[in-house]
Design a protein around this ligand. Structure first.
Ligand SMILES: NC(=O)c1ccc[n+]([C@@H]2O[C@H](COP(=O)([O-])OP(=O)(O)OC[C@H]3O[C@@H](n4cnc5c(N)ncnc54)[C@H](O)[C@@H]3O)[C@@H](O)[C@H]2O)c1
Length: 387
């Protein structure tokens, strides 16, 4: 038995590969083309947390008892590479966490939109067809799609499909692709392709609609500095709470656009890694259905609450953090009160491991140790690099 983790050099993929390797004696194989390191370099930034080369990471993993973990370099867009990878290793589960995951990067221009959609869609298609063509129809495909596929509807977001009514007749349909960026739409397309692969090829699928992930570490990455996962804070690759924490540590006010009362869904890195690990190693008969959607989210939180929590945590760490409101350059509903169902996901992970305040505390404490890296790149908080 082999578990394959794609995107194994990434923020989520690396700690996920470590946890899966901890919980099984079987082989865990990661794959990555290290594109993320290059993308962040292109925008003139770096990971705030120093990350080692994959050789260093794997040496530390082996020394901490994870000799069953290895990583190969390869591009999932390359169909022949994927076909060979799957045929040789015959994984029983694939945790697919490889993607170009930045919405702002995908929005820069047509070329970046093309690159993002080509990369993400082709990688997923290659995995789905690769499994089918290798005869691996029982392999469980687990993808970190995104809660962004739901957009911001004026009703509680279901955990998966939606009910559509026309001329008095109703049916359950896949949730419409209401994503708001070229990147997020790749995950809407992936969700549709996963569904088709489940129907046509019989592949069992867990479509894990992942919220904004927060946290700088997990139990595993804290064991050795060489196991640290990446943490980005620049405009393109830093997600909102992470960027706010970096601003706080660098001595900037935390900037909220407009009222900032709109709620966004969040989940801690600990909880995200736990959910993916349980799915990768769980028994087939534990899964609710052949194609299951999980809303990997623990709580929607308003941007103002995010900022105020970070200011209060920052102040406890002796950073003088103010929250400032600026006129909103974006067209968005500043008061959208997102509600999102997550019963299936909370059943999967059991209790929440790290709540938002504890998560922000851990992030600020971690970034305080790497303050110089952030201040050396503080102009990267702003979007002036790519045109
Ligand atoms: N981090 C979040 O807040 C968040 C939220 C929702 C969904 N997600 C999704 O979770 C997954 C992991 O996100 P992340 O934050 O760890 O991103 P990440 O960029 O840190 O990790 C993705 C990894 O995939 C690799 N990759 C990209 N294209 C590849 C290709 N063609 N072949 C091989 N490797 C490739 C990258 O080099 C990178 O190491 C992504 O699918 C992302 O869309 C993340």
């Amino acid at each position: 038995m082999t578990v394959l983790v794609t995107g194994a050099d990434g923020y989520v993929g690396w700690p996920t590969a470590l946890r899966i390797a901890d919980r099984t004696d079987e082989r865990v194989l990661g794959v990555d083309n290290f594109a993320r390191r290059g993308w962040v370099e292109t925008v003139g930034s770096v990971s705030a947390t120093p990350i080692g080369s994959m050789e260093e990471r794997l040496a530390a993993a082996a020394e901490t008892g994870r000799e069953n973990l290895s990583v190969v370099e390869g591009d999932l867009v390359d169909r022949d590479f994927v076909a060979e990878l799957l045929a040789v290793h015959e994984p029983t589960a694939v945790v697919h966490a490889a993607a170009q995951p930045s919405a702002p990067y995908s929005q820069v221009n047509g070329e970046r939109a093309n690159d993002t959609q080509h990369n993400n869609l082709q990688a997923t298609r290659n995995l789905l067809f690769g499994l089918h063509e290798a005869g691996l129809s029982d392999t469980h495909v687990i993808e970190t799609t995104t809660t962004g596929v739901y957009g911001a509807p004026e009703f509680p977001i279901p955990e998966g499909g939606a009910v559509m009514e026309n001329r008095g007749e109703r049916d359950e349909v896949p949730f419409p692709a209401m994503a708001g960026s070229w990147y997020h739409l790749t995950k809407s397309h992936d969700a549709a392709n996963l569904r088709l692969a489940n129907k046509q090829f019989g592949l069992p699928v867990s479509d894990v609609r992942t919220a904004i992930v927060y946290g700088a570490s997990t139990d595993e990455t804290r064991e050795d500095d060489r196991l640290t996962t990446r943490f980005d804070f620049d405009y393109y690759f830093g997600t909102v709470a992470h960027r706010f924490c970096a601003q706080a540590v660098a001595g900037y006010p935390v900037t909220v656009y407009g009222r900032g009362e709109q709620r966004k869904p969040f989940v801690s890195l600990e909880d995200a890694v736990e959910g993916l690990t349980r799915l990768a190693l769980g028994d087939a008969d534990e899964r609710p259905a052949d194609l299951t959607v999980y809303n990997q989210v623990t709580r929607p939180i308003s941007i103002v609450e995010v900022a105020e929590t970070i200011a209060s945590v920052g102040n406890e760490h002796d950073f003088d953090v103010a929250v400032e409101h600026f006129e909103n350059p974006r067209e968005e509903d500043e008061t959208h009160r997102m509600e999102i169902e997550n019963t299936r996901y909370t059943d999967l992970i059991g209790e929440q491991r790290v709540d938002f305040e504890a998560g922000m505390d851990e992030v600020v404490a971690s970034l305080a140790r790497h303050r110089e890296t952030i201040t050396a790149h503080e102009d990267r908080f702003l979007p002036d690099v790519l045109e």
